[in-house]
Design a protein around this ligand. Structure first.
Ligand code: S3P
Length: 176
């Protein structure tokens, strides 16, 4: 039975790589944010607006425990998921965790064009975005680094790069 959690900062490629890896390995793919949105019939932005970040984190924790029971699955966590409650210990206990490690410059490039749907980034200009990435990464690193594996997810910009990354991740996980 396989249960893999992808963790890492927003824009680190959890969804992109998770989907492609699941397809290649014939696993089910679950994106925790999408799962939450379906269960609550609300977007992540709406949940943040209605309940604040604290309310969102409570929901996120509960939903993590729901998807954490699924089998033969690859789960893309949210960027903040491992950093609240005992979520990282929980993920490490029930599955394997992979930290998608990406340098701030690449995160910035990806998030600059994809910030509107992310309540923690919406409305930030370039300088604010970069300084948010740097300071949040610094705080979150200690959690991300508790993952079983670290994977360089820098190269996900084309089909070929994604296919190569899937193969490299398979290799990493096979090496047990
Ligand atoms: C968050 C990351 C988002 C989402 C929410 C908060 C974070 O997920 O859960 O906007 O705190 O880093 P992605 O990493 O999938 O964007």
């Amino acid at each position: 039975m396989m249960r893999i959690f992808l963790i890492g900062f927003m824009g680190s490629g959890k969804t992109t790589l998770g989907k492609a890896f699941a397809r290649a390995m014939q696993l089910q793919f679950i994106d925790l944010d999408w799962y939450i949105e379906e269960r609550f019939h609300k977007t992540v932005q709406e949940l943040f607006a209605e309940r604040g970040e604290e309310g969102f984190r409570e929901i996120e924790r509960r939903m993590l425990h729901e998807v954490g029971e699924f089998e033969d699955v690859i789960i893309a966590a949210g960027g903040g998921t491992p950093c609240f409650f005992d979520n990282i210990q929980y993920m490490n206990r029930v599955g394997k965790t992979v930290f998608l490690d990406v340098v701030p410059e690449v995160l910035f490039r990806r998030l600059k064009i994809a910030k509107s749907k992310r309540p923690l980034l919406a409305g930030k200009d370039d300088a604010e975005l970069m300084s948010f990435i740097l300071s949040a990464l610094e705080k979150r690193k200690a959690f991300y680094e508790q993952a079983d594996y670290r994977f360089d997810a820098q190269f996900l910009e084309s089909r070929e790069q994604i296919a190569d990354s899937v193969a490299a991740m398979k290799n990493l996980l096979d090496k047990e």
